[in-house]
Design a protein around this ligand. Structure first.
Ligand code: ZN
Length: 411
């Protein structure tokens, strides 16, 4: 009904009255709140949801019925009987929505599928299907996306899932991978009709690491992924979102010496070179020469140089020990510079190092402190992470699930 003051001829379409619009907003807000409460508290009874949400019983019941109809929640159990009627316990529906993540690793790909409640239902490592025979010279080589599409199809067949069950696909890739991430997600999305994103390994691993008890309490930290290439990701607090982070950091290609050892990127004196490239090899050779030791030439062929030299140093090779010491010192210089710029002195080191590398952690802390000004307010702390690149596809699933719930809207 129109109020006497309204002039209907001005509007062709009647605007939704403010109160009704507000009611709708409140309803959609409440629906999302109840769904997130179910996710947090499952298995949960209606009574608990009423208590936790401070909404009335009929409101909560109405919302739960709606969420059940839309397959967001389901009855998952009955509460233990206390004499009276057994209360129904609700949880997030785990059989309707799934996410799929692919972690590119050279010519192999790790694939994980979880349901929307983080339950892993499939994991495998497969070879990325090779480029088919190019019959016609004018035929364009198949892109990465087109090599991945048949693989996704096969996996879905194995798991008896439909493409329509996937709410999201995510592809993760290591630092230094030469792919056009935007093109890859666009092509996959077009071929599979599922929203697809590409995210750097360091971002999904940072997300996974943050779920562990010793990282989750940190307010701010610098996350370093030490894989084949060093990469960096900042965590500046709960409002931090992955979308704002660049696809590549080039942290490993921070210049340490303008006329230093050659790097794979074609420049000279990069951190990467001193940590696991030509610079490390040179340090090893020089140290062996100085000490009059014969050095292990097989090392030059090593694919993963840092690991190889580290292993030698553990075996008691003094030159290897010195070379590793220099690598850690270079890493410390680079990190000290980041610490100075960011004002954050907590560093989570993930990837190559693991919790057994306590002596390197201490050394790294010591060296970083050496390169910080004396009046720097905080002492550097290095925390050894527990994630490794083999966790990427699972981490990506968890991240997609969290994003899915955050982005849900019931308007
Ligand atoms: Zn470089």
């Amino acid at each position: 009904m129109l109020s006497p003051n309204e002039t209907p001829r001005q509007e062709k379409q009647k605007p939704v009255p403010a109160t009704r619009r507000n009611n709708k907003l409140v309803r959609s807000g409440n629906t999302k709140r109840i769904l997130l409460l179910v996710k947090e508290l499952e298995p949960v009874s209606l009574d608990t949801l009423v208590q936790e949400s401070a909404l009335t019983y009929p409101t909560v019941l109405g919302i739960i019925k709606h969420l059940e109809k839309e397959s967001h929640v389901e009855k998952i159990a009955y509460a233990p009987t206390t004499g009276g009627r057994q209360a129904v316990l609700f949880g997030i529906c785990g059989i309707v929505r799934y996410v799929l993540a692919l972690h590119l690793n050279g010519e192999a790909v790790d694939i994980t599928i979880t349901n929307i409640r983080d339950g892993k239902i499939f994991h495998a490592t497969e070879a990325i299907p090779v480029q088919g025979e190019v019959q016609d010279k004018t035929e364009k080589p198949r892109s990465m996306a087109h090599r991945l599409v048949p693989l996704v199809g096969e996996i879905l067949k194995k798991t008896r899932l439909e493409l329509s069950s996937l709410v999201k696909i995510c592809v993760t890739y290591p630092e230094g991978t030469n792919i056009d991430s935007q093109l890859l997600s666009d092509e996959l999305e077009t071929a599979l009709h599922v929203p697809t994103s590409t995210v750097a390994d360091r971002i999904v691993l940072n997300f996974l690491e943050r779920r562990s008890y010793h990282i989750s309490s940190l307010q701010r930290y610098i996350f370093i992924l030490f894989d084949r290439e060093l990469s960096l990701s900042m965590y500046r607090g709960p409002c931090d979102t992955a979308e704002e982070l660049p696809h590549r950091t080039y942290f490993g290609h921070m210049t340490m010496d303008v006329s230093g050892s050659g790097c794979t990127c074609g420049k000279q004196g990069c951190l990467q070179s001193y940590v696991s490239g030509e610079g490390l090899l040179q340090a090893y050779r020089d140290a062996a020469h100085q000490m009059g030791l014969v050095w292990n030439t097989a090392m030059e062929q090593e694919d993963d140089l840092f690991h190889a030299v580290l292993a030698e140093s553990y075996k008691g090779d003094k030159a290897a020990r010195m070379a590793i010491d220099q690598a850690i010192r270079m890493l410390a210089v680079a990190l000290a510079n980041v610490v100075k710029v960011e004002g954050i002195a907590t560093i989570v080191l993930s990837g190559v190092f693991n919790s057994t590398d306590v002596q390197f952690k201490r050394l790294l802390e010591l060296y970083i402190a050496e390169y910080l000004p004396e009046d720097f307010p905080t002492t550097p702390v290095v925390i050894l992470g527990t994630t490794s690149p083999s966790d990427c596809s699972y981490a990506a699933c968890l991240m997609m699930n969290a994003q899915y719930f955050n982005s849900l809207s019931f308007e």
